[in-house]
Design a protein around this ligand. Sequence first.
Ligand SMILES: Nc1nc2c(ncn2[C@@H]2O[C@H](COP(=O)(O)OP(=O)(O)O)[C@@H](O)[C@H]2O)c(=O)[nH]1
Ligand SMILES: [Mg+2]
Length: 455
Amino acid sequence: MSRCNHKELQPGVVSVHLGQAGIQMGQSVWELLCLEHWITPDGRKPNPMKDEKSESFFDTRTTGLRKPRAVFADTDSYAINRLRAGPYKNLFDSHQMLRSGLGGANKIFAGNTGTGAKTVSSLLESIRRQVERCDRFEGFMIYQATGGGTGSGVGSLLLENLVRDYRKSRRVAVSVAPEGQTAQDVYNHVLSIPSLRENADVNFYLENKALNDICSTRLGVAKPTHGNVNQIIAQLMGSLTSGIRRVTDSRPVYQDLTEICMSLIPMRDVNFALSSYAPLDRPRVSRTNNEDTLTKSAFDPTSLLAKCNLDTGKYLSICLMYRGNVDMRRLNGSIRPLMRGIKFVEGASLGFKVGINQAPPTEMPDAIFEQKLTKSCAMFCNSSAVAEPLGRTMQQFDALYRRRTSVSNYAAQNVEATDFQEAREGLARLISYYNQCGADEEEEEEEDEGLRSRM
Ligand SMILES: Nc1nc2c(ncn2[C@@H]2O[C@H](COP(=O)(O)OP(=O)(O)O)[C@@H](O)[C@H]2O)c(=O)[nH]1
Ligand SMILES: [Mg+2]
């Protein structure tokens, strides 16, 4: 590859997969990316077609082998061992798959402990190796479950360190919120929010509850597994990054991570993005799948990957990413009526963007939803409706913390009362910023008055 023209160099994106969920999501994501770039599970590319943009996600070694620009880490060994024994074990070098604890799963926010610090320090070393292999490093994608001890604790600490060590880089978080069944899920989730707010440029806020419901209600999977849910996340992320990785764009929106952040996040305080995917139909169920049905389905509440009602909120930004053989005229015809019903925050400058990647979606093995399609649509948006799931989390947190349920377990992990209070305040502030965005103008004025009178 020519190294003389800076502009020709592909942006290098390093993916970091934390904890069991982050690692398992990574397995699905890299399985899809290998299929999309004709790379075998052991990193060979038997038919090297023109595919230069894959360099943004894959490193080409002198042997010709492709290696994902990725690092996997956990504070226990279960998920890493499965990765090391799985069908993609040869795709990654051993220093890309780190496990720092030997004992059982670390279920409590592992960011204030020796294990957490040790994990982050070996992670940073492995990340540095990946960054150095990029011709033009641009930023990180960080996958984790915020209900997990590793995802929340190591994730928070890692983000802080990435800001310090790679100040100019982009940090795109993909985080799965828990169903909120246990106190530790809820506490970990809330404790992860300050760092995601402060240190991630954007956080794609996904909820396992919504993902599981899609599997059971729409796709007829009686008992959805993590693997089922991760397939949806993989296709979503495949669409988000398709413009960075694929050359066939007729009208790309996102050619790098910076464009993703700039088109969704107008200011630092509101950086939690929502997403949906269409179509989500059972395999081999033949449905009409055209520009119109896709666009409508992307805004259907049951296609959203977090539980909320977009109609109750206002948008700061929307981006629709279509894949496949999309007809522009039909597309404009399907978007125009929809636009009439959409409420933007007053003065929202980012507005509505549409991107098309002509490469159709790629089918994954054991697909639980139809993926052999000529077209698909992923919707990404920044909406005040995200205050709804965040508000539910706060209620759950308050109910548990009021009685100090399970709080004593956190002291052993060096999580103090001030950590809980600060995290709760951070969450309340995030909700309040989004509520201000969603407020009607009259209410806004009243709120401004309220603010002024308190000053
Ligand atoms: N979407 C998804 N969620 C997962 C997966 N594995 C675990 N979870 C969820 O993640 C949360 C626990 O996080 P986990 O990743 O196991 O903990 P960690 O290893 O300590 O970060 C729970 O809410 C699980 O239901 C997965 O592969 N995909
Ligand atoms: Mg774990």
